[in-house]
Design a protein around this ligand. Sequence first.
Ligand SMILES: Cc1cc2nc3c(=O)[nH]c(=O)nc-3n(C[C@H](O)[C@H](O)[C@H](O)COP(=O)(O)OP(=O)(O)OC[C@H]3O[C@@H](n4cnc5c(N)ncnc54)[C@H](O)[C@@H]3O)c2cc1C
Length: 545
Amino acid sequence: MEKNKKERTKERIVSAAIVLFRENGFDATTVKEITEAAEVAKGTFFNYFPTKESILQTLIAERLTAVTALMSEDYFKKKTLLFKVERVIAELLADYNDNPELTVKMWVHSLQSDQFIHTYWEDLLDQALQLNELNPDVCIKQWSHLINSQFLYGLVMFADRQPKHKVIKQMMELITICLQAILEKRGNHHMHKLVVLGGGYGGMRVLQRLLTNDLPNNIEVTLIDKMPYHCLKTEYYALAAGTESDHHIRVHFPDDERLKIKYATVEEIDLENKLIHLENDDAFSYDTLIIGLGCEDKYHNVPGAPEHTLSIQSMEATRKTYETLSNLRPNAVVSIVGAGLSGVELASELRESRPDLTIKLFDRGEIVLSMFPHRLSSYVQNWFESHGVEVVNKSNITAVEENTLYNHNEPIHCDAIIWTAGIQPVEVVRNLKTDKDEQGRVKLTPHHHLPNDENVFVVGDCASLPHAPSAQLAEGQGEQIVMVLKKRWNGEAIPETLPKIKLKGVLGSLGKKHGFGLMGERTLLGRVPRVLKSGVLWMYKYHSG
Ligand SMILES: Cc1cc2nc3c(=O)[nH]c(=O)nc-3n(C[C@H](O)[C@H](O)[C@H](O)COP(=O)(O)OP(=O)(O)OC[C@H]3O[C@@H](n4cnc5c(N)ncnc54)[C@H](O)[C@@H]3O)c2cc1C
C-alpha cells in the first residue's frame, strides 16, 4: 500500500515535469514549477529525484524497457544487424514526433552521463558475431561506441524539426557507412554468397520466396541484371506495337535490405572457379548460383536473319523494334516470321495500332498455332483474315537481306522484318561447360541443379524442363529451387522427386478486345480470355510490387 502511494507520487512528479518540459522546454522548467504542478513539497521531490536531470533517467529507463522487450522477440533475433540497429533506434525515439526537444535532451543526457546504452549495441554486435555476420576479430566495445557516437551525432545534427523517419534515415546512412567496414570488406568472407543472375520471371520469383522471415542471417543475396528493373517480357509485343508504354511494363526489383542489386551485364560464368565475369568489371564470386538469364532469338542458320531482322526478345531490342515500326511510312510492309504465341500477339497488336500497314505473318504450319486444338488455331487464323493480316502458311524462310525476305527462295520486299521464329538460351548459358538438350537448354537434376554441381541452379527459359518455356513455368521452378535451398539450409530431408510444376494454361491476345486460351482441355475464345489475360497481368504487377 505504502509502496503504491510512493509510486503514485513519483508518477505524478514525472507527469507534471513532462507537461512542463513540453510547454516551456527542459532548461526553462524549474524544480519549483514541477513541485507546484505536481502538488508536492520541494523536499518530497528530492526524496525521489536528486536533480531535475534525473527525471530524464526515468524516461530513459522506460524506453530501454521497451527496447529489451523488442530484442527478446523471436522474429527480431533472426534479422540482420542493420535491421536491428534501425529498429532499436526507432524504439529509442518512440516519443520523438510528440516531443522532439525532450527526446534529444533525454538521449544526449544519457549518452554523456552513462554507459549503459552501450550494452544494447554490444548485444546486437555480439548476436551478429554469433551469426557470422561479422569478422571474429571485430572489437565489440569499439564498434558499439561507434554506433553510439553516430546515434548521438545524428540526433544532434538532424533533429531540427524533421519528422522521426527522416532523422532515422539519415542516422542509418551514417551507421551503415561505418558498419560497411566490418560487414562488407571483412564480414562477407563469413557470409554465404547466393547470387541470382537475371531478375526475369524466374529470378523474381526466387527473390520473392527467398526474402522471407526464414532466410538465414548468414545468407547474402545478390541479384545481377543488365536492366535496373524487372521487365515484363510477356508484354514486349505491345511495347513493339506501340500500344503499351515502356514504363507500363517495368516492375521494381524487391526493396529489401538483405538484397544487393548489381546492375551489370554477365559475360561469362566460370563454374570451375565459381566466378561470374561481368562486362567492364571484376569477377564476382558465389557460393550458390541461380542462373535465370532467359533466352534470345534462334535463327536456325537462316543467312542474314541475325543482321536484317528485328527482335522482341529483349527490352533493348524491343525498343528498337518499336522505334522502327513507329517511323514506318503509311502502307509500308511489315513481315513477321514465326506464328507462335509471340508472333501472333505482335501481328494482331500491330494491326490494331497501325491499320495503315501491310502486315504479313509467315508460318511454317498449315495453320497458325498448329500445336493448339484446331478450333483455337482456326479462330486465330480467321481473325487475321478478317482483320486484313496476310497469313503465309507453309512458308520456309531461306534467307534474309536488307528489306528482303526469301520465302522458298522467292524474294519479298519488306520495310521491316521481325523475327519470332524460335528461341534459345542466351549465349552466356549456351557457352556453359555442362550438358544441354537439343534446344541448348541446360540439363538438370530433379532438384533443378547441375548434375555435377549442387550449388548451381538454372531457372526459366535456360533450363531443360519437360514443358515449353513460359513465364509461369519459370515461376513454378523458382519456387521449387527456393524450397530445396531452404530445406538444405535447415538440414531437412529433400524428397527425391519434387511435385509436378502446376501450369494454369495459356492465354493469348488478338489486339485489345479479343483473345484465346487453353485451360486444361478447355478452349476459350473471344473477349473472356482477353479480359482474363489483362487480369493476370494486373495481378502479377500488383503482387510483384
Ligand atoms: C512476346 C512474348 C509473349 C509471351 N507471352 C507469354 C505468356 O503469355 N505467358 C507465359 O507464361 N510466357 C510468355 N512468354 C514467355 C516468357 O516471357 C518467358 O518464358 C519468361 O520471360 C522466361 O523467364 P526467365 O526468368 O527465364 O527469363 P526472362 O524473363 O527473359 O528474364 C531474363 C533476365 O535476365 C537478364 N539478362 C539476360 N541476359 C543478361 C546478361 N548477359 N547479363 C545480365 N542480365 C541479363 C534480363 O535483363 C532479364 O531480366 C512470352 C514471351 C514473349 C517474347
